[in-house]
Design a protein around this ligand. Structure first.
Ligand code: SAM
Length: 275
């Protein structure tokens, strides 16, 4: 008998993956959590029926949430990750020696616990001495910390359940105030095929708050539509003005100094959402 995991990405479309083994399923205080081992993409974290990360393609998302902002800011000493309990963004942040402290705030401690147990290649840096892990609502944390962070990365689930407020204008205003005077924030902002309205709304909200707003993309095969976007809001530094020659080659598999600016070249139908 074959067992398949299907994610309904819309009411009428989805993806399906053949399962080798179910490692854990649990209804946490915040969401339905599962970690399954799939034939094609290896171990996979699923929250509320949505693919969060897989061992095979996680590097794309985690590198692209992290490196464009950390190579745009000249001296990112203190950074914050909202969400990100699987540890992948933190692993990429640790590749930046300029970062003296990285704070991770995820609302669900079970994501952290099970990612450490079943996804060590992704969660392995959560115990790094430069990292502080907090189990809390990122919305609350942002509003309790003013003028504190150089870079904030929002690695949240889609705007459902506890993450709904992480796509609100009030949250982006709170991020602006939690950033230092030359701070940068980046958030994952879903896909233009099924969530065009979300991208349009987030872009409108962030443009009302930040002087510099840039959107970039990446190809993530296990995410809805495969075309993923990230929205960056910056108080002073423009990612498109970074000198490619100044970006060091670090251990990556998707991001590169050559890709830094190229990622901001979007298909016309996506550009049109961000005007
Ligand atoms: N890369 C994935 C994506 O783009 O959908 C996100 C992965 S990460 C596991 C998402 C995390 O956001 C989850 O661990 C979830 O617990 C966390 N999260 C959701 N709402 C949150 C909130 N209000 N505050 C902090 N973390 C939150």
């Amino acid at each position: 008998m074959e067992l398949w995991y299907t994610e309904k990405q819309t009411e009428n479309f989805g993806i399906t993956a053949k399962i080798k083994e179910t490692l854990v399923t649990e209804k946490t205080d915040f969401q339905d959590l599962a970690i399954i081992d799939t034939v094609e993409f290896g171990r996979m974290l699923v929250l509320d029926g949505m693919v969060m990360t897989t061992v095979k393609d996680e590097f794309v998302y985690h590198e692209m949430v992290t490196h464009p902002a950390l190579f745009t800011h000249p001296n990112p000493k203190k950074v914050l990750v909202v969400g990100g309990g699987d540890g992948g963004v933190i692993r990429e942040v640790m590749k930046h020696p300029k970062v003296e402290k990285a704070v991770l705030v995820d609302i669900d401690g079970k994501v952290i616990e099970y990612s450490k147990k079943f996804l060590p290649e992704i969660a392995g840096e959560l115990d790094n001495p430069r990292v502080e892990v907090l189990v809390n609502d990122g919305y609350m944390h942002i509003h309790d910390h003013k003028n504190e962070y150089d870079v904030i990365m929002v690695d949240s689930t889609e705007p459902v359940g506890p993450a709904v407020e992480l796509f609100s204008r009030g949250f982006y205003q709170g991020i602006y105030e939690a950033l230092k005077d030359d701070g940068i924030f980046v958030a994952q902002t879903d896909n233009p095929w099924f969530k065009a309205d979300l991208i349009r709304q987030v872009n409108k909200d962030v443009r009302e708050i930040f002087p510099i707003v840039r959107v970039y993309g990446a190809n993530i095969p296990t995410y809805p539509s495969g075309l993923w976007t990230f929205t960056m809001g910056s108080k002073t530094y423009d990612p498109l003005e970074v000198d490619e020659a100044s970006i060091p080659e670090i251990e990556t598999k998707y991001y590169s100094p050559r890709l830094h600016k190229a990622a901001f070249c979007l298909p016309k139908f996506v550009e049109d959402l961000c005007k």
